[in-house]
Design a protein around this ligand. Sequence first.
Ligand SMILES: *Cc1c(COP(=O)(O)O)cnc(C)c1O
Length: 434
Amino acid sequence: MVAIHPSKQDVSDKLFARAVELIPGGVNSPVRAFKSVGGAPRFIRSASGATMTDADGRTYIDYVGSWGPMILGHADEEVVEALRDALARGTSYGAPTELEIEMAEEITSAVPSVEMVRMVNSGTEATMSALRLARAVTGGTRVVKFEGCYHGHEDSMLVRAGSGVATLGLPDSPGVPASLARETTTVPFNDARALQKVFDESGEIAAVIIEPVVGNMGCVPPQAGYLQRVREITREHGALLIFDEVMTGFRLARGGAQELFNVAPDITTLGKIIGGGLPVGAYGASREIMNTVAPAGQMYQAGTLSGNPLAMTAGLVTLKRLRDKTVYERLERSTARLCEGMTEAAREAGVETVTNRVGSMWTSFFTSEPVTNWTEATKSDRALYAKFFHLMLDEGVYLAPSQFEAGFVGLAHTDELIDRTIEAAGKSFRSLKL
Ligand SMILES: *Cc1c(COP(=O)(O)O)cnc(C)c1O
């Protein structure tokens, strides 16, 4: 049973007050600051299995899982043990190791479209490098992304679509040159015609980058046949297709979304799970494409800590455990149990929600309409989500502090914890109606 203490958060509040004086917004990544749900963030002291404990000693069932990596659960015994061994051998060499070959073998055997892979230190670095690679290979400049998809914070990806079918990129952040943002065209997700139109109207597109199952507008699956159409359109026009599987890689299946939907991209980006909770990213493709990367080829990309032995160690333990196919069956079962329970609890309380789920990725949107793209996602009632989020937090359940983020179930989420979550959701949904 998870302890519930819906009391004050004195220590977290004090830490937050200290943090905002020294760190922009008090956090090292914006979404952690609770801006979209209000209130001050919980500072975490420790985590174990499917739970996290904050600085005030309160324990939560965690559905954020460090935003995806913690598929085995926190402080997994085997990961911790392997890291302890690795630590004693040194933390970074700046020279190649056998661990990096093992990691490359693990990734290439799981993801058939990837024959060679380069390790980097974050998902952002992976997508940034993948875009450079696509431009280097095709000689094109323009890239197409999808409204609501997130690919890290590199300049050319920080663009938002306005209204209309295809909107030329406008910078989403000060500091992003408009000239660069204009190289990015944004179209709605799940709309193959809009993508076709972009290709009809402009040549020289180097790449189309997509989250094959979107996690970064909340969980939004591709409609039947959509990814196949995206594949056909890009192939017809000689643009490279990049699947950003930083979130979905090893999450939805061992071979990621491309295995689940049976569509092979030209370039794949990975991150999150493959580092087992340590900073990591990777991009991979066919031998032909990857041999463009220095020092095999001319496209420059480097990293002082890339392929770091600790990250490789934690990642390898994680990926080896995910060789067992039943892992994904178990995740499917427990996440279905959670989502069915939450949906039923909302219905009983008379709260309108739509829950999207693919495997162990899920989001309950506070809306009555299906959510298949960004425009539809933004119709959900964010104020209601914020209330629900805080009610759940008081019940000892840590959901994503934003309506537009996916939740994650890991192997440490037992049926008992899931049933506790459903019970907490029932209470919270009923409170929303009071
Ligand atoms: C998390 C994420 C990124 C960025 O990864 P970082 O490690 O945070 O830089 C890129 N793409 C997708 C799909 C992601 O979910």
